[in-house]
Design a protein around this ligand. Structure first.
Ligand code: CP
Length: 305
């Protein structure tokens, strides 16, 4: 693939190559000297039109570990505020000889649009409610690390599926690798087409937890929520919040994941988020190796051409 625009453009072999490359970089970043000189000839622009902590810092660190030159752009402090368009913004940045663009944008399809109009490799760091491919890759990589493989594992994605780019990218990635996937949440927050993706819906949280090996708990997205979707956050927490009591009641120990940022006490309690069965911080750690792998593989294509 020429860009990383979404998991829907990848196949199983692509994911295997990304994971093998990430295995190598995970070993590298655990050495006393965490840097390799591989990308000294590559320049990368990180364009964030939407807020981010993990993705932004993780990409920046991955690029630095690979010795790339980087520039960072946040829309809030830029001439986007004066009305400059996306293509003008990016073409101005590219004229400074940039090879790869990492972009987070609130609009669905922003990465695909950019890839059709500018001459650079594009990595989608989240486009609206659509896809967040690097998150899904680091999530699957973390399941593989914890449980040995993704194939055959039962994964339930819990929460606001309707607005979640993490859910959609995870569904595509997990299915490609042979996991069995269910979603669990209020019916108002589950899109109607989900069954056409081969995904079962479970509206009873306890049954979903009893079934699964892994629960990926999504953030309640206050910024994309509307009162029409669910009566109240308190009701959401009562019916779909993950707490120690419900985990103790299922009679087995499942793996707990969350992409962050966490609303502690809303979709997950602190004692669960911080428990030893939680791999939330391992996900963040693995994000650097996964992003190094993706950038490295795209940069190799640039160097070959
Ligand atoms: N998981 C994730 O995308 O977090 P940020 O929004 O902080 O980047």
């Amino acid at each position: 693939v020429e860009h990383l625009l979404g998991i829907k453009y990848l196949n199983k072999n692509d994911i295997d190559i990304i994971f093998q490359t990430a295995d190598h970089f995970k070993e590298v970043i655990n050495r006393p000297i965490k840097k390799v000189p591989s990308l000294r000839d590559i320049t990368i622009a990180n364009l964030f039109f939407e807020n981010s902590t993990r993705t932004k810092l993780s990409f920046e660190l991955a690029e630095k570990r690979l010795s790339a030159d980087i520039i960072n752009f946040s829309a809030g402090q830029s001439s986007v505020k004066k009305g400059e368009t996306l293509i003008d913004t990016v073409n101005n940045i590219l004229s400074m000889k940039v090879d790869i663009v990492v972009m987070r944008h609130p609009n669905v399809g922003a990465g695909v649009f950019l890839s059709q109009h500018v001459d650079a490799k594009i990595i989608n760091a989240g486009d609206g409610t659509h896809e967040h491919p690097t998150q899904a890759l680091l999530d699957s990589y973390s399941i593989r690390e914890k449980l040995g493989s993704v194939k055959g594992k039962k994964v339930v994605i819990i929460g606001d599926i309707l607005h979640s780019r993490v859910a959609l990218s995870n569904i595509f990635a997990l299915k490609l690798q042979g996991a069995v996937v269910k979603v669990c949440g209020p019916t108002t927050l589950i899109p109607k087409h989900i069954k056409s993706l081969g995904i079962d819906i479970e509206t009873n949280l306890k049954k979903a937890l009893e079934w699964c090996d892994v629960a990926n708990v999504l953030r309640v997205q206050h910024e994309r929520m509307d009162i029409k979707y669910f009566p109240s956050i308190r009701e959401y927490t009562q019916l779909f919040g993950i707490n120690k009591q419900i985990l103790d009641s299922i009679g087995k120990k499942i793996v707990i994941m969350h992409p962050g940022p966490i609303n502690r006490g809303v979709e997950i309690t602190s004692d669960v988020a911080d428990a030893d069965q939680s791999i939330i911080l391992n996900q963040v750690e693995n994000g650097v190796a996964i992003r190094m792998a993706i950038i490295y593989l795209l940069a190799e294509q640039i160097k070959r051409n």
